[in-house]
Design a protein around this ligand. Structure first.
Ligand SMILES: NC(=O)N[C@@H](CC(=O)O)C(=O)O
Ligand SMILES: [Zn+2]
Ligand SMILES: [Zn+2]
Length: 346
């Protein structure tokens, strides 16, 4: 017997496509199921100016598979030297959808990020004025703060002060990993939302550390203890419009993951929709999957929902996902939930 679920075509509100050979290899994994994605700007060097975003968008469009209907939603990487006029022009022309704040050193390719948050205040004020949303990697980089506490501390030390100082600024907390994050988002009646990744709904920190170190489960913010995963699951499956899907699918080649200093990032573009169907079904919330993956994100970004649809089907045989995607840079291991999944995209 086959069970099916048809939803409006989903969007991915947090995606790493990289560039060059990696871009060409991973882009079809997203365009197969998703209509749009917020494209993260943490290339080396980062996408800082409107001109750089336009050039990157053109490289993405040139790499699109034949016939793919996919719109990359571009972002700028906020630095202490960001030119507010250039940003405003890129936003006004529709070139960019949002601006991304990385605390310097917080994650992969964040060296050019912000060290002194006071120095970006004028740009944030301009963004509030023109209605350009801010996406935030919410972790402090203070070496004295435990890595498992860095999101919660960021909310108190950095994010809440920024939001109070910049009323009207619309913020997306990216890849939420803690119950404190869930509580903070729920405490705001406007201007704050959060993306939640596929993998943070599935793994807790044991996946990384029990029975040997598992580099393919290492990402930032690092997965937390089980109570946090359960809080994320409850938020994602609740239908609350402030929570929506951002896969944070972040490809690194196997040699860079399986390394004495392995890169952070889980690659989930290929199997996200079947995994989400599994997760939502497990929580008796299949009826909320469309809100999480296809409705809440467009509402936050003030964009129309997709007219096209996506059908998921559940079959008796487990779905066979590839273990790895081949790229000309090397293999990229696909996120493995650790259990069989019977859902697939029809
Ligand atoms: N999430 C990750 O672990 N890695 C991302 C960066 C990021 O989103 O923080 C990457 O670019 O590889
Ligand atoms: Zn991040
Ligand atoms: Zn990311």
């Amino acid at each position: 017997m086959t069970q099916t679920l048809t939803i409006r075509r989903p969007d991915d509100w947090h995606l790493h496509l990289r560039d060059g050979a990696m871009l060409r290899a991973v882009l079809p994994e997203t365009t197969r199921d998703f209509a749009r994605a917020i494209i993260m700007p943490n290339l080396v060097p980062p996408v800082v100016t409107g001109a750089e975003a336009a050039a990157y968008r053109d490289r993405i469009l040139a790499a699109l598979p034949e016939g793919a209907a996919f719109k990359p939603l571009m972002t700028l990487y906020l630095t202490e030297d960001t030119d507010a006029d250039d940003l405003a022009a890129a936003h006004a022309s529709g070139l960019i959808t949002a601006v991304k704040l990385y605390p310097a050193g917080a994650t992969t390719n964040s060296a050019s990020g912000v060290q002194n948050f006071d120095r970006v205040r004028p740009v944030l004020e301009r963004m509030a004025e023109i209605g350009c949303p801010l996406c935030v990697h919410g972790e402090v980089t203070d070496p004295a703060v435990d890595i498992f506490d860095r999101e919660a501390v960021f909310i108190d030390r950095v994010l809440d002060p920024i939001r109070r100082a910049t009323p009207g600024l619309r913020v997306t907390m990216e890849h939420l990993t803690t119950s404190q994050g869930v509580d903070y988002v729920q405490s705001a009646d406007q201007g704050l939302a959060a993306t939640i990744t596929t993998h943070h709904l599935i793994i807790n920190r044991n996946a990384i550390l029990v029975g040997g170190i598992k580099p393919h489960y290492y990402c930032l913010p690092v997965a937390k203890r089980e109570s946090h995963r359960l809080a994320l699951r409850a938020a994602a499956t609740s239908g609350d419009p402030r929570f929506f899907l951002g896969t944070d699918s972040a490809p690194h080649t196997d040699p860079l993951k399986e390394n004495a200093c392995g890169c952070a990032g889980c690659f989930t573009a290929t199997n996200t929709m079947p995994l989400l169907a599994h997760v939502f079904e497990e929580d008796d919330a299949l009826g909320q999957l469309e809100a999480f993956a296809s409705l809440n994100g467009p509402a936050h970004y003030r964009l129309p929902v997709n007219e096209a649809t996506l059908t998921l089907e559940k079959t008796d045989t487990p779905t066979a996902f590839p273990a790895k995607i081949d790229t000309d840079d090397g293999p990229v291991t696909l996120f493995d939930p650790g259990y069989p999944v019977h859902w697939r995209v029809a």
